[in-house]
Design a protein around this ligand. Structure first.
Ligand code: SF4
Length: 344
């Protein structure tokens, strides 16, 4: 399937791309959004999508024209119905035309992820266009993943917009005499919130298989596990991440192991667990150190472990029987970074 996906912004694209990729579909991203105002906002959303698509290695096409004048001329006489009478139409029709002219056999849109859009009207419009232009409309009710996608977008540090796009929606958002927040459509409810808790783990040995995914030596784990506190992040009924924390002095802790089950990675769970633990431990301790491989330094620096401490040369060679690989990296040295728990 050659699918062109109209894309309104990076955060909305996250769940749509992830879920299509899970189905084995690789969409091409198509940016055409003359409805985003003012120009600085248009540029911020477009540039963020450019960076994101580059980072995840997905093909993306950007129509660079900024269409404020044309957009305003076309909606000014019927502002109340502007979404359905013009805004959806102009974006979807352009997407379909581009798809037809460039050999795509189907199209869809990330607008289907937002519970704040007029989902049924949008779906109906796309079905009509599919018939008119004889192209398949790939319909998915992406709204089920709205929260998940937005959470991941926040974790990734993507630019998160505060209003739908046009200058009129910006007014609705900020002018409190108008409606302060977009309303959810009647009858639509967000999928129920996931229940996330941090839990102290007493039966530590039951989790050895998961700990081995981050530290592949039972012998090494046994050196620190008994004296450490182990905490798990429980999502609904399942422990998805673990952190093992060893007090090493009166005011310093060492993070010995941080791991998330493979199927739950890239959802920000390790970060959430670590953040919560650092918040609790700072009552009693002032520093936390972590020894890590080169590949994981950016992750830890982002979590506040921003002070380089020391390097233990050939640690992995000297202490592990087998060669340790982290992706393409042959691990040799253990590099320590420190987080000041008291720092705001
Ligand atoms: S509110 Fe959103 S969908 Fe409606 S016209 Fe403005 S930008 Fe388009």
């Amino acid at each position: 399937m050659k699918l062109l996906m109209h894309t309104c912004c990076a955060p909305c694209s996250v769940y749509c791309i992830d879920s299509l990729r899970k189905e084995g579909i690789e969409p091409t991203i198509y940016w055409f959004n003359p409805n985003i105002h003012p120009y600085t906002e248009y540029k911020a959303r477009k540039n963020c999508l450019k960076e994101y698509t580059k980072a995840i290695g997905i093909e993306a096409i950007f129509e660079e024209n900024y269409g404020l004048d044309e957009f305003c001329k076309n909606v000014v006489n019927d502002l109340k119905n502007r979404c359905t009478t013009y805004c959806y139409k102009v974006r979807m029709e352009q997407t379909v035309k581009y798809a037809k002219e460039h050999g795509y056999d189907s199209f869809t849109t990330t607008l289907l992820v937002s519970p704040y859009q007029q989902h049924e009207a949008l779906k109906e419009l796309c079905e009509k266009l599919a018939k008119k232009y004889e192209i398949e409309f790939v319909y998915r009710d992406f709204r089920i993943g709205f929260r998940e996608g937005q959470a991941k977008a926040r974790e990734l540090g993507l630019y998160m917009q505060k209003y739908c796009g046009c200058i009129f929606s910006e007014e609705s958002r900020y002018n409190c005499h108008n409606s302060a927040k977009p309303e959810l459509p009647a009858g639509y409810e967000h999928p129920s919130r996931t229940n996330i808790q941090v839990k102290r783990i007493e039966n530590k040995d039951d989790y050895i298989d998961l700990l081995l995914e981050a530290d592949p030596s039972k012998e090494m784990i046994s050196k620190y596990l008994n004296d450490s506190d182990v905490y798990g992040l429980k999502v609904d009924e399942e422990i998805v991440s673990l952190a093992v924390i060893l007090p090493i002095s009166r005011n310093t802790l060492e993070l010995k192991n941080l791991v998330t089950k493979e199927e739950h990675r890239n959802k920000g769970y390790s970060k959430k667990l670590l953040k919560s633990l650092c918040g609790n431990y700072k009552q009693k301790y002032s520093k936390m150190i972590v020894g890590t491989t080169e590949n994981n330094i950016p992750f830890y620096v982002k979590q506040g472990f921003d002070q380089y401490e020391k390097t233990i040369k050939n640690f992995f060679i000297d202490n592990y029987e087998e060669e340790i690989w982290d992706g393409d990296l042959h691990c040799t040295d253990l590099i320590y970074y420190l987080k000041d728990l008291k720092k705001k």
